[in-house]
Design a protein around this ligand. Structure first.
Ligand SMILES: [Zn+2]
Length: 144
């Protein structure tokens, strides 16, 4: 008596199911990459060397993706993941919680070139130090 469990041979419907699973994963990766970079389909197309319409057709399910297409999507996806994991530095005036979502857009300080969360749309400098520096050394040329 063997203890091995019998694996049934793949049926046609199970194969189809597997393929649709893979397609769903591909689509999810595509949307995740596009959201991360703020890309449209055309941008994604340029990045992986396919046309916008090919990207759209795959997303809408009108066209099966070529193997080459899938590998290129995987490549862009892996790059995104690496970029996400990369260490980032945040200075905060407040104690930081373990998880933090920042919904506000960033600005870039024109003195120290750090990115910062703006208090209002017109804010140009990140801190009082940079504001003071700008006032002292970056003032516009005075009229004679
Ligand atoms: Zn600054």
């Amino acid at each position: 008596m063997s203890t091995k469990s019998k694996v049934p041979p793949p049926t046609r419907s199970s194969l189809r199911q597997k393929r649709s699973q893979r397609l769903r994963l591909l689509k999810r990766r595509m949307t995740e990459v596009m959201l991360y970079h703020g890309w449209h389909r055309s941008n994604l197309g340029v990045e992986i060397g396919y046309s916008r319409s090919t990207v759209a057709n795959v997303i809408l399910g009108y066209m099966p993706p070529a193997p080459e297409f899938i590998t290129r999507i995987d490549l862009v996806y892996d790059q995104m993941v690496m970029e996400r994991i990369a260490r980032k530095t945040i200075l905060s005036r407040h104690a930081l919680p373990k998880r933090l979502v920042i919904n506000e857009d960033f600005g870039r300080c024109d003195v120290c070139h750090w990115h910062f969360v703006r208090v209002n749309k017109k804010q140009k400098r990140c801190s009082d130090e940079c504001r003071r520096y700008a006032r002292r050394f970056m003032s516009k040329r005075r009229k004679r």
